[in-house]
Write a protein that binds this ligand. Sequence first.
Ligand SMILES: Cc1cc2nc3c(=O)[nH]c(=O)nc-3n(C[C@H](O)[C@H](O)[C@H](O)COP(=O)(O)OP(=O)(O)OC[C@H]3O[C@@H](n4cnc5c(N)ncnc54)[C@H](O)[C@@H]3O)c2cc1C
Ligand code: SF4
Length: 389
Amino acid sequence: MSEAKKVYLSKVQLKAEQDRCLNCKNEPCMHACPVHCNPRAFIEYTKNGNTQDAVKNISDANPMGQTCGLICPDKFCMKACTRAKIDFAINIPKVQATIMENFRTEKEDYSSVEPNGKKIAIIGGGPAGIAAATSLAKKGYIAHIFEKTDKIGGALNLIPQNRLPQESIDKDWAFVSDTPLISVNFNTSVKDVVALLTDYDGVIVTTGEPNTAILNIKGEEHCVSHMDYLKYPDKYVTSGKVAVIGGGNVAADCAFTAAKGGAEQVDMFVRRKLSDMRISKAEYLELIDEHINVSALCSPESVEKTPDGYTLTVHRNRFRDGKLEAVPETSFKIPGFALIIKAVGSFADEKVSHEKVIYAGDCKTGGSTLVEALASGKAAAEEMHLKLS
Ligand SMILES: Cc1cc2nc3c(=O)[nH]c(=O)nc-3n(C[C@H](O)[C@H](O)[C@H](O)COP(=O)(O)OP(=O)(O)OC[C@H]3O[C@@H](n4cnc5c(N)ncnc54)[C@H](O)[C@@H]3O)c2cc1C
Ligand code: SF4
């Protein structure tokens, strides 16, 4: 089986998950989904052999149905799934991704759309931009995306291949973008948002969070940012000891990439408690599987370049009256790191205020999830439509 295929369910697993579905009439799984995908319906369609109806049902709600199914966390539909009260939740996201991978044959059908003559500029070709563009195109708008890199998909391109194969993003994009109503200018960074209103009826900004957060410690310049590391992992030495500063799923992706890339030891340093880490149970188990050391309640103080690599100085933290504070005189040095990766978050560019400029996705809400960015992009398209109607 190819690496890419391993992330989907096998035929037998798909059937087993479908057979466990209780076909709940109150559809808790759909209500919990930010884009209102309807697992009850698409599982029922597939069970009855109506695979094309299942694909259509998923695509109508979600312009990145396959990708979303591969990486959606278990805090939405799965948390609401009635089956969890009996044994364990249906693995709805994986069922969705597998249906899209196995049964999607056609492209999104825009044939009944009447162009309305209005043009919207979308800045950023990540999930929120894709969702805004497809929702607008379905209403007859020309949706023109400006993307600063040479790729569609935004931050999804930083997710390691073993978790999210690139071909899934490509398949979703090929499915939704086959219409003259949607176009992209790659390698185009927009600096002046309002200037676009000369040529467009409105602008939707979905630029994510392109700036890495600053730790404000001595020697910070020796750290590699998560963005650089995940974009070009092969560029960095990972054969020795690697430190990852941060405790979210981006930090975990850096740690997994280093471990799989040949690092002899990977140490994560997490400011808060282990239970505060913003990772899923599956990611937590993978950290254990990959023998990644996690030091919780630990903050970096400085980084020093030495003849044998980098020395990281950290101190212990504790909670007092619900507040996190450094424990005095607990600093200690850890020498011999070949690489120190900083994965402590990112932030958005400054916003402008204009009635025909709408913000969506991570640049509006802060770091979220794929499905929430899609929901936000769809909502922005709806808001723009209301403004212009
Ligand atoms: C390492 C990593 C792992 C993740 N894992 C998961 C996961 O497992 N599950 C999950 O649900 N979510 C995950 N996420 C979060 C998810 O990827 C984001 O929430 C989502 O991509 C946000 O979408 P967006 O469109 O708002 O922004 P982005 O995806 O950041 O897209 C913004 C786009 O705008 C472009 N851009 C920026 N500035 C300009 C400009 N001035 N001009 C033109 N273009 C510009 C950027 O190049 C980019 O393509 C992860 C994110 C990262 C980084
Ligand atoms: S809540 Fe779970 S069991 Fe009920 S319809 Fe949705 S997927 Fe099936």
